[in-house]
Design a protein around this ligand. Structure first.
Ligand SMILES: NC(=O)c1ccc[n+]([C@@H]2O[C@H](COP(=O)([O-])OP(=O)(O)OC[C@H]3O[C@@H](n4cnc5c(N)ncnc54)[C@H](O)[C@@H]3O)[C@@H](O)[C@H]2O)c1
Length: 265
């Protein structure tokens, strides 16, 4: 899928991996529709990016909020004449450290509200966003030579494969994203729409800045090479490749410097 002069929806685009990707796609000529619940950061970003960017305050755990943002995006794309090219679903949350153990030291089981919070944003919010964007994506003009209509980019995590203590809900949400990638690609093949999931390890972002220096350092120590957290721009480069390379489809790409997350930190 070409990037220039196409509109891309980026959820979670006001920070971290989504923000770096929104900027990268914009710098390659895309129109970016940023959906995020952080209205201050979102407004500041579109001021910085200018007329090829729009911000719609959105909570991806609320289906009506997504519906409004998708309709506003489609209306914006109609006005600019730049058809939808894809969705990056990067809005996500994760409770760092051992706060979400399945049973705590007082023998209290993990609350359903903690489980629902993570699953509603990371899994249901991702599926709901792409579900609502798709009727508009299947209606765009297909591009030669493959009759391609667009790309869905999903964000899993190393936790899908080697989740740490305290990550059952987060790992469940990210494992589900990895699992649904192939059936999603299979469902959408007839429309010329691809689905690609990226599973990052430790990347610099607002989410990982809440980890604390000690936890971050111990994760960095188990990186194979390079021995450092990934940079959001490195994630954005892979998104760009996934958009541009039509053979990437129905797959989960680990972006992790060969790191496998340890049990003990
Ligand atoms: N940074 C990492 O090390 C890492 C590793 C693996 C996976 N991930 C995943 O990458 C994605 C992006 O995370 P990040 O590290 O950039 O974090 P981040 O906290 O910097 O950015 C997440 C963004 O999502 C937004 N968001 C959160 N809940 C939302 C909601 N309900 N509705 C709309 N927006 C919401 C936040 O406002 C924020 O702008 C997440 O899915 C995360 O699980 C991150």
């Amino acid at each position: 899928m070409k990037i220039a002069d196409r509109t891309f929806i980026v959820s979670g685009g006001a920070s971290g991996l989504g923000l770096a990707t929104a900027k990268d796609l914009h710098s390659h000529g895309a129109y970016v529709s940023i959906l995020d619940m952080d209205a201050d950061a979102g407004e500041a970003l579109i001021k910085e990016l200018g007329s090829r960017a729009a911000f719609f305050a959105t909570d991806v755990s609320e289906t009506e909020s997504i519906a409004a943002a998708v309709i506003d995006t489609v209306e914006w794309a109609r006005r600019t004449g730049k058809e939808l090219g894809g969705v990056l679903a990067a809005a996500g949350v994760g409770n760092p450290g051992k706060v979400d153990q399945i049973i705590d030291k007082h023998n209290e089981p993990l609350s359903l509200s903690s489980i629902d919070f993570v699953l509603n944003i990371n899994l249901r919010g991702t599926l709901d966003l792409i579900r609502q964007a798709l009727p508009h994506m299947v209606a765009v003009t297909p591009l030669e030579p493959d009759n391609e209509r667009g790309v869905l980019l999903l964000v899993s995590s190393s936790a899908a494969f080697d989740g740490q203590p305290g990550q059952v809900a987060y790992a469940a949400s990210k494992g589900a994203i990895a699992s649904l990638t192939l059936p999603l690609a299979r469902d959408l093949a007839r429309y010329g729409i691809r689905a690609v999931t990226i599973a990052p390890s430790l990347f610099e972002s607002k989410m990982t800045s809440m980890l604390g220096e000690k936890a971050k350092k111990s994760l960095e120590r188990v990186m194979e090479f390079p021995v450092r957290a990934g940079k959001p721009e490195e994630f954005a480069r892979l998104v760009r490749e996934a958009i541009e390379n039509p053979m990437l489809n129905g797959t989960v790409i680990r972006l992790d410097g060969a790191m496998r997350m340890p049990s003990k930190m």
